[in-house]
Ligand binder design. Structure first.
Ligand SMILES: Cc1ncc(COP(=O)(O)O)c(C=O)c1O
Length: 462
C-alpha cells in the first residue's frame, strides 16, 4: 500500500509539505525559518498536528466547515460503501445518494424545489449567476443581467465570485473583474454610515433601492446576499432589513439569491440562516457544512419557478441550463451529506446550537465588560464575532496585528480561533468563532478562557 492514513513519518511529511505544498491564503516567507502546521488527526472538536500538539478547534476546520465534528466513522463508512458500489458518473444521469439527498434537503426548505450539484461555494454561486444571466437572455433580451452584491459580503474565490464580493482587500490585485456586478452598502449598524439612526435596517435596505434606481430596474436581475455576513465580520442584518429587501426585490422583479455557504446546515440554530427572517428566496447556495468536509459538495437550490424558466422554453436546442461540473457527479458528497444530516437530526444539534450559542454570546458579553478593547459582540447560534477597537467612543478599529497576536496566543494555549483576514484594511479587527455544532459548555468555556488570557496579556485596560 502506498498510503496509510495512520502510518507515516511525521518529520518527512512536514518536510515534504514545506518543500512542495502551496498553502491557501498564507504568506510563505516564515516557512523559510519555521515549519508549517500539518494537521494529522481529528476527533470531536479536537485536532492534533504532526508535532503531537492538541488543539480545541473553535472554527470548525478554520473556515466554519466541520459542523458535526471530526472522526465520524459512520460518514466515512457510508462514503466508502458508496464509492465501491458506484463512485462516479456525470450528473447528466442521476445517482442514488444525489436523488436521496435532494429529497431530504428540499424537505427542509419549504418553497424550494430543485438541487444542482457542484463542488465548492464559489462554484455554487457561479451557477446561480449563470442562471440569472440566462434568464436575462431568455426573458429580457439580455438587459436584466446585473447582479447586486453587498459591501462586506464574500461569495467566493473565482474571478466572478470575487466580482460579486464586497471586500476590497480580498479583491486587490486580482482584477479586472467580470462586468455587471454592482455593490450596495453594508448593513452593519455598529458601523452605521448615517450616524445614530432609529430605523437603520430600513435605511440600509432602502440603499439597495437607491442603487437599483440608479442602475435602472430593467437592468438588474438578482440580489445576492449572505443571510449573516461571515468573513466580512459576522454581521446580522438589523431589524426591518429583510422585510424591506424582499419588498424591493418583488417591486422590481429581482431574484433573491441567498448565499448559505457558511450559515447553511445548522450553524445559526436553524437549518438555514434565512429561515430566521421569513425570507422566501429564489435561489439558495450552500457548501461547507453540507457534508462537514467529509467530501466536497455544494448545492445551488432553486424554486420550481426558476427551474421552469429553463424547461418551458420552446428553444429546445439552447434554452436549457447548459452547465456542467465534472465532479458534481461524485457520489461521495451526497452520501456524506445524507449521514451528516442524520447526525444533526439524531443528536438534536440545532437545539444545541441555540443553547450553546446563547451561552457563548453571554460569555463574550462578560468579556466585553472586562476589556474596553471589545467594542461590539455579534452573531447568532454557534457563529460569533467581536470587534476590537482602540476607543469605544470613536470606535477606531485596532490594527490587524492585535487579532493576529490574540490568535497566536490562543494557539499556543491549545485553542484555534479565527479572525477577519485581509478583507478590508480598516476592519481586519474582528475575532471570529464558529465551533462545531456539538460544542459543550465546557468547550465554550475553554475557548473563551483562552481569549480572556490572551486579552489580559495583550490588551489590558489602561
Ligand atoms: C459566504 C461564502 N460564500 C462562498 C464562499 C466560497 O466557498 P468556497 O471556498 O467553497 O468556494 C465562502 C467561503 O468562505 C463563503 O464564506
Amino acid at each position: 500500500m502506498t498510503f496509510n492514513a495512520n502510518e507515516f513519518d511525521a518529520k518527512e511529511v512536514v518536510g515534504n509539505d514545506r518543500k512542495h505544498v502551496w498553502h491557501h491564503i498564507t504568506q510563505h516567507k516564515p516557512f523559510e525559518e519555521n515549519d508549517p502546521m500539518v494537521i494529522v488527526k481529528g476527533e470531536g472538536m479536537r485536532v492534533w498536528d504532526a508535532k503531537g500538539n492538541e488543539y480545541l478547534d473553535a472554527v470548525s476546520g478554520a473556515v466554519w466547515t466541520v459542523n458535526v465534528g471530526y472522526g465520524r466513522t459512520e460518514i466515512a463508512d457510508a462514503v466508502r460503501d458508496q464509492l465501491v458500489t458506484m463512485n462516479y458518473f456525470a450528473q447528466t444521469a442521476g445517482n442514488v445518494p444525489a436523488a436521496q439527498f435532494a429529497e431530504r434537503l428540499i424537505e427542509k426548505m419549504p418553497g424550494m424545489s430543485r438541487v444542482y450539484y457542484s463542488n465548492s461555494g464559489s462554484e455554487a454561486n457561479e451557477k446561480a449567476f449563470k442562471i440569472v444571466r440566462q434568464i436575462a437572455e431568455k426573458k429580457y433580451g439580455g438587459k436584466k443581467h446585473k447582479i447586486l452584491f453587498r459591501e462586506r459580503d464574500y461569495h467566493g474565490t473565482t474571478i466572478t465570485a470575487l466580482s460579486a464580493t464586497g471586500q476590497y482587500e480580498r479583491k486587490n490585485q486580482y482584477g479586472p473583474f467580470t462586468p455587471g456586478f454592482v455593490e450596495v452598502p453594508h448593513c452593519c449598524e455598529y458601523r452605521s454610515q448615517w450616524g445614530d439612526v432609529e430605523d437603520y435596517g430600513i435605511r440600509a435596505a432602502n440603499e439597495i433601492e437607491r442603487v437599483i434606481l440608479e442602475e435602472g430596474p430593467d437592468t438588474v436581475g438578482a440580489l445576492c446576499l449572505e443571510p449573516i455576513t461571515a468573513g466580512g465580520g459576522v454581521i446580522e442584518p438589523p431589524q426591518g432589513y429583510w422585510d424591506r429587501v424582499q419588498e424591493i426585490c418583488k417591486k422590481y422583479d429581482i431574484l433573491l439569491h441567498i448565499d448559505e455557504v457558511v450559515c447553511g446546515l445548522g450553524r445559526t440554530g436553524k437549518w438555514f440562516g434565512y429561515q430566521h427572517y421569513g425570507i422566501k428566496p429564489d435561489m439558495v447556495t450552500m457548501a461547507k457544512g453540507v457534508a462537514s468536509g467529509y467530501a466536497a459538495i455544494s448545492c445551488t437550490v432553486t424554486t420550481e419557478e426558476v427551474f421552469a424558466a429553463f424547461k418551458e422554453d420552446d428553444d429546445a436546442r439552447m434554452g436549457y441550463f447548459r452547465d456542467i461540473s465534472t465532479f458534481g457527479g461524485c457520489t461521495a458528497g451526497p452520501a456524506a451529506a445524507l449521514v451528516n444530516m442524520d447526525i444533526i437530526e439524531r443528536e438534536g444539534l440545532l437545539d444545541n446550537v441555540v443553547e450553546q450559542g446563547e451561552y457563548l454570546r453571554g460569555r463574550l458579553n462578560q468579556l466585553m465588560e472586562k476589556y474596553d478593547v471589545i467594542g461590539d459582540v455579534r452573531g447568532k447560534g454557534l457563529f460569533a464575532g467581536f470587534e476590537l477597537v482602540k476607543d469605544r467612543e470613536t470606535k477606531e478599529p485596532v490594527d490587524e496585528s492585535l487579532p493576529i497576536q490574540i490568535g497566536a496566543h490562543c494557539m499556543q494555549n491549545g485553542v484555534i480561533i479565527g479572525r477577519t483576514n485581509r478583507s478590508f484594511k480598516e476592519y481586519n479587527n474582528t475575532v471570529c468563532l464558529s465551533p462545531a455544532l456539538i460544542a459543550t459548555q465546557a468547550d465554550i468555556d475553554k475557548i473563551v478562557d483562552a481569549i480572556d488570557n490572551a486579552l489580559a496579556e495583550l490588551a489590558p485596560n489602561a
